[in-house]
Design a protein around this ligand. Structure first.
Ligand code: AQP
Length: 364
């Protein structure tokens, strides 16, 4: 809600003196990495929520290219991937005039605040991050420091705008909890200076993750125990937003299932990860709950259900894919959108960074 609505600060596992209770205007921030293969999981877990939230909130949507380089990227591909994500935002219905749409590297304050927050976050906290463990795998010693530090940069992305709400998929929950812990520790460590500089009881809000709906964790179409992911070697594991109708149909028809017909109630999906995933995707694409989908398709075999899912997915995704192609081809347009967004983002970020400098004790 523009300007007027406020959100109460809550604790994040830290001792919180009463004077830290405070409120902030609501603001939404979220990001998507420019790493290619944007897929149905990114769409249903995040971008659909972005589109919804723009109706009620001031929103910043960022293509996080600084995050992308935590693993090696080809420079030419990286630029194209950044444009493709921005095009996807717009094709999905995000209005870049009403919201701020930009790429992270054009707003240096993200990296600047990340340094300050690096000095707040504790090594023990980062050592608990499961995404780093998954992505670094067995070769941890050889992972970039950026990959390890990724969650601190993510905290800076959110906090540089003092954002209060962050729509993300389930996999980002732990990083959001870390962002809250960092915000809380900054508020505690600098409580006196925050107050002396006229910012009241707390400088950073504790950002709330927004994780809801039937598709917060879309799973691989080949393996119901793994999340759908950009980096999965199998093209058949995911539906890309750039796939045409034929590819969507092929991938859904080949999706792993089990021999039983669909149950009529959600309880019957227990222990059937692949079936649960397809039902969740159906529910999310049709804007329904899983219960409603099962009431309709309970007892049906997978070939019937998959046919219905193909029709639904093609109907919902094809217009987006077509629009995305059109916009992606127009580099000038996208580059202008991102530059304009970055300028508006920077105005906010710069103001908050100045405040952080005053609070921390830097001369400026
Ligand atoms: N499978 C998923 N289901 C629901 N939401 C998902 N998200 C990612 N995968 C799923 C959400 O999409 C947003 C943007 O994600 P990101 O660009 O930060 O990339 P990511 O999480 O690294 O994407 P991948 O596909 O999982 O990449 P790799 O292969 O590198 O691991 C986030 O809100 C995320 O939660």
């Amino acid at each position: 809600m523009r300007g007027a609505k406020t959100v109460a600060i809550r604790t994040a596992g830290f001792p919180q003196p009463a004077h830290h209770m405070s409120s902030f205007p609501e603001r939404v921030f979220s990001g998507v990495q420019s790493t290619g293969n944007l897929h149905l999981g990114n769409y249903l877990g995040a971008i659909v929520k972005f589109v919804e939230l723009q109706k009620t909130h001031d929103c910043l949507y960022c293509v996080v290219d600084l995050h992308a380089i935590t693993v090696p990227q080809d420079p030419l591909t990286l630029r194209d991937n950044t444009r493709e994500i921005a095009a996807a935002f717009i094709a999905c219905g995000i209005d870049p005039k009403k919201n701020i749409v930009f790429n992270q590297s054009q707003v240096p304050e993200h990296a600047e605040l990340a340094w300050v927050l690096n000095c707040i976050a504790r090594i023990g906290w980062l050592n608990r991050m499961t995404q780093f463990k998954d992505k670094a795998g067995k070769d941890r010693e050889n992972a970039s420091i950026g990959l390890y530090d990724y969650p601190v940069l993510m905290a800076a992305d959110i906090l540089i705008y003092r954002a209060t709400h962050v729509p993300v998929g389930e996999d980002q929950k732990q990083h959001l909890e870390l962002a809250r812990d960092i915000a809380q520790k900054f508020n505690n460590d600098f409580a006196e200076s925050i107050s002396r500089n006229g910012f009241g009881e707390a400088f950073f809000p504790l950002p709330e993750p927004l994780i809801s709906g039937p598709a917060t964790r879309v799973m691989s179409l080949r393996d119901g125990s793994k999340k759908m992911s950009k980096s999965d070697a199998s093209e058949y594991s995911r539906i890309n937003l750039s796939d045409d109708a034929e590819q969507i149909a092929q991938k859904i028809r080949k999706a792993k299932t089990d021999p039983e017909p669909l149950p009529s109630e959600e309880k019957g999906l227990e222990g059937r990860a692949e079936a649960a995933n397809l039902v969740g995707i159906f529910a999310a694409l049709s804007g329904r709950e899983k219960t409603g989908v099962l009431a309709e398709y309970g007892g049906a075999n997978f070939s019937t259900f998959k046919n219905a899912l193909v029709d639904l997915a093609v109907e919902k995704l094809s217009p987006i894919t077509a629009e995305m192609r059109k916009i992606t081809a127009n580099h000038d347009y996208i580059d202008t959108v991102l530059r304009d967004g970055a300028e508006r983002a920077r105005a906010l970020a710069n103001e908050n960074m100045k405040a952080v400098k005053d609070i921390v004790g830097f001369l400026r």
